[in-house]
Design a protein around this ligand. Structure first.
Ligand SMILES: Nc1ncnc2c1ncn2[C@@H]1O[C@H](COP(=O)(O)OP(=O)(O)OP(=O)(O)O)[C@@H](O)[C@H]1O
Ligand SMILES: [Mg+2]
Length: 283
């Protein structure tokens, strides 16, 4: 009889974000690894609409609260991010970075202006459309949200379940490849508790990139790491992104990694203060 897991609500959120179908809960480890949404429950992004602009934000305003408590946190944001571009977002605490990132990822509904992600207008988008977009996005957050009861390999495989077109064999192979790519060949069968912070973050990167998402959103992925591990993590992301043509939007406070960017945008009090084009290094 399989052990019934107590799945952290955070992790369920991670899956729920991208599925139309409710997840049977609680799930045993075996059930989790074999659970798949049906193909008809998921719809594909029409890549014919994409052109080369992956994120296209025009005159975006965002507010929190209602009535007297309504407070504007983003002011007339304009930002275009191209295919394969690595854009870093900096700015003081409270300037609106996470808000802009979560809006870009369809994790929060944009209210005013226009925000096209992967060719889909997110202002006023249906739930189904939003889910469709999310399925093409890899999320890497500071808290890695790995499932403790699954090995590194199994955690990465979980992401494959959102893609019914991938066979179990293909999912396994891709997960193995991704773990090799992030330098964890020797740690595939380790549980998160037996991995260091940097290793866990690598598993999270492997999970986010295993289905070759068109867009990766990362919110301070190196914050919990020492500078050497942090540097390694972003270099891995940079390499994989360039190989796969993935667009990356990454929030960071870490000045030591700014050189991996093609471009840095800076938020200050909810306004996009800078939009610099950097020379891409050859390294
Ligand atoms: N759910 C919410 N309800 C109300 N206000 C919010 C909410 N989330 C964020 N805010 C406010 O919006 C502003 C921007 O917050 P946000 O989290 O985007 O900042 P940030 O730039 O990511 O900051 P940090 O660097 O500290 O993570 C802040 O003033 C914050 O207090
Ligand atoms: Mg933040």
């Amino acid at each position: 009889m399989p052990t019934i897991l107590s799945v952290s609500s955070h992790y369920l959120n991670y899956l729920n974000l991208q599925l139309l179908v409710p997840i049977p809960y609680p799930l045993s480890p075996n059930q989790m690894l074999t659970f798949k949404p049906k193909a008809q429950d998921l719809v594909n992004i029409d890549s014919g609409n994409l052109n080369d602009i992956v994120v296209d934000v025009q005159h975006l305003n965002h507010y929190f609260g209602k009535g007297n408590l309504k407070k504007q946190v983003l002011f007339d944001i304009n930002l275009q991010i191209g295919k394969g571009e690595i854009v870093l977002m900096t700015g003081p605490s409270g300037s609106g970075k996470t808000t802009l990132l979560t809006l870009s990822g369809g994790l929060r509904s944009p209210q005013e202006g226009s925000m096209k992600v992967l060719g889909v207008e997110m202002v006023g988008a249906s739930k189904r459309k939003v889910i469709e977009v999310r399925r093409n996005i890899g999320y890497i957050f500071q808290a890695h949200n790995l499932l403790k009861s699954l090995t590194a390999q199994q955690n990465v495989q979980m992401a494959g379940q959102l893609h019914p077109q991938m066979s179990s064999k293909e999912i396994k192979e891709r997960a193995t490849q991704m773990l090799d790519a992030v330098g964890l060949s020797e740690r595939k069968s380790y549980y998160p508790d037996n991995l260091s912070g940097g290793q866990k973050q690598r598993v999270a990167i492997a999970r986010a990139l295993m289905s070759h998402p068109k867009l990766v959103l990362a919110d301070e992925p190196t914050a919990a790491l020492d500078s050497k591990s942090g540097r390694e993590i972003v270099e891995i992301m940079q390499k994989l992104a360039k190989e796969q043509g993935t667009t990356i939007l990454m929030v960071t406070h870490d000045n030591r990694i700014l050189d991996v960017a093609d471009r840095i945008v800076h938020l200050e009090d909810g306004c996009l203060a800078q939009n610099d084009v950097l020379t891409v290094s050859d390294s």
